[in-house]
Design a protein around this ligand. Sequence first.
Ligand code: MEV
Length: 426
Amino acid sequence: MSKTVNGFSKLAKLEKIDWLISNFFNNDIKVKQVLMQYWNSDTVLQELHDDFIENTISNYYLPFGIAPNFIINGIDYTIPMAIEESSVVAAASLTAKFWSARGGFKAKVIATKKVGQVHFMYEGDKATLQNYFVNKKQALLQATETITQNMKKRGGGILDIELRDKTAELKNYYQLHVTFETVDSMGANFINSCLESMANEFQNNSIQIVMSILSNYVPECLVQAEVSCKVSELGVENSELFAQKFVQAVQIANAETYRAVTHNKGIMNGIDAVVIATGNDFRAIEAGAHAYASKSGRYKSLTNATIENGIFKFWIEIPLALGTVGGLTKLHPLSKLSLKMLGNPSAKELMKIIAVAGLAQNFAALRALTTSGIQKGHMKMHLTNIIKQLGANEEDKQYLIDYFEHKTITHNAVVEAYNKLVRENE
Ligand code: MEV
């Protein structure tokens, strides 16, 4: 049976749900209840969320946690994180505390340039195109004046327009490669509007515009964050060996793509959680970060570590195109609150905070991986989740935690131990 539907977007929310459950859930009323139990009783708040996207039928919750004790360039931050994966917030908090006792994190923004391109096809003479571009450049800027007016007042605007010959990569393909400063906004709408106006102004009978769009590859919208301390202050028994293995772990990520992807995934655990909490676009950040990790022609670690003259240094360099105004940032009550928690940062400050969240996460992962292994912490969490599911009381819970301290944790083993305990208590 075809499930094609016409005019679906025009249906009311409840009608959409009815259509869904009749077509996919055999009219199961429980499905409707699940969807509706996530509706907010505050209708204004619910309508706000309904309007973020199209065809909204419910809300999809993510836990919203906070990681205190981050010191970045001498300033104290509590970092908001929206993420579903256990251990990430705990790892961030532990790492923040660890480094706060060792001078904290240092971070700096290297550059804030964004990029957009008008992609077009041209079959004619190259010198003619070059002349046409040079003569048109001023008109291209003028064509965007109404759009750039406000941005200019805030200190941003179009930085440059270049004509790029890409015919070696693709026959007849050229582009206008445009660079922008968008100050505290991520700038996607601004950039795309400017590009479309330029494309209109630029086209003629022999220039066929294919598309105009910003790029999420922003190698010149770059931030660095670092931590360092004496090897002897790393707070583990054999600090020399720890530091050495830590550096080797980073080197392995640089030498081996299979490892690099997981290594960087761990970094993105921290980055995405803050990007989402602050209402920024995590898909753009992900795409840009992974492209940057491949800039040498090989996919590598986004972090680096060295030991020099007895000093352990660990740092990250990552492109982050972020906004603290516009988009969802002030529209979503939790994004607004997150930004307030961070002291209403500028986009540059937020770049530093988010780079630090990524670095902290990678530090926690590599520390665990090169010492006790990652499973110890995970299995502890797994154990408490199983205990919770079993409905054990506080006393039984503590007994089970102690019992499994040096035993292998499996679902069956925990259930068995719990059942035995209950029998003994009867
Ligand atoms: C899990 O979400 C992230 C890690 O796999 C990262 C890593 O291996 O470095 C722990």
